[in-house]
Design a protein around this ligand. Sequence first.
Ligand code: FAD
Ligand code: 5PR
Length: 375
Amino acid sequence: MSESNGRHAEVAGGGFAGLTVATALAQRGWSVTLHEKGDELRAFGAGIVLWHNSLEVLKAIGAYEPLLPKSMVPPFYETRMHNVTQSKEDFWGLEWRTMTRQDLHETLVDAARNSGVDIRVASEVVSADPAGSVTLASGEVRKADLVIGADGVASKVRDSNHFELERTKSRDGITRLIVPRRKEDLGPGEWDNVIDFWNLEPRVLRVLYVPCNDDELYLALMAPIEDKEGSAVPINYDVWVESHPYLAPVLEEAAKIHGRYDGYQTTVLKQWTKGRIALIGDAGHAMCPALAQGAGTAMSNAYTVAVAATEAANADLPQALVDWEARERQITDECQERSAWFAETRSMAKGNQFTPQMLETARYDPTTREMISVG
Ligand code: FAD
Ligand code: 5PR
């Protein structure tokens, strides 16, 4: 634990954004209380892909090494259209890793606890004051020098302050599940690759196959919202196996789990900060998943806001947050636009879509503000 700097932060939300910012602040001498409204600390959803940007953040907060044995680096991101390989991308060696969300979340909880963050579960933040306080569902008001809204897409820190926002919903959505890998039961194929199986005809049904470790496979099954059968949970095995027969063993596992179908959406705010409040993660910039950067940008902005707040004198903190947003925002805005464009056009199906430009967010190192070049 580091020496106290005499300042206090209140963080709403125990997801990837909240845990990262709380840890980075505590490691810089802040006393930090994190409120999670759920009764326990756990990750929702299934698997996740992290890239150079968020992996550098994990290194900086000491959460990278513990994650190594629980995660993997697939040899290629392979894209198939109607089961014909279109591309096999390795991002020119740019670092990326796959893992389950549960494993990432547990690692971040450990990092937060080891850094001295006071984590409170069953503690809901109902509103926040830009002058520096949060109000809990219990009625308790807690003062802070810095208030972080990391309370997800339905953020109360955000909505209690009437931040201006624009929300766009896409026509597709996805059911995400973790299933046993059953590699030996699948036919010939490079089953350690991430494989993005697109079927556009006779109907749009896509399976994103993401191995997370030796035992666990993340399956994301995408179908248009209007396709009642394709978007049903638990999944309609007959529909999915008809379009992807070569995945029968793992689809059989997927059909045993209830899962949840989520529509894609993008939220763009006019501003991310107000007084002593900063919004990060889905509270501030929820995005479509195509570039796999929702959590990546959340962790990146979590880290940089912690640094910016620490470097500012306490009286100057509101202005320091404005400057932080001005510095960091473009990279997130562009990622939101690109991810929404992929959702709109479904052009990931063509393969070779991870160009150096599309990888810009991934190439950014928030800990040094350097952009590494590839390609
Ligand atoms: P959340 O994960 O939503 O966490 C918010 C937390 O706050 C929750 O624990 C919640 O219970 C708590 N909370 C909510 N309200 C309150 C309150 N009022 N008071 C206290 N606590 C509260 N990103 C990637 O980087 N890579 C991927 O591969 C990837 N795949 C994705 C696939 C899909 C289909 C989707 C929809 C998203 C994907 N993402 C991915 C995005 C990623 O999941 C999110 O961007 C990320 O989880 C956001 O983290 P967060 O901490 O901001 O929010
Ligand atoms: N990449 C990842 C992912 O989980 C999804 C997408 C892309 C890692 C969906 O869940 O394009 O939908 C996508």
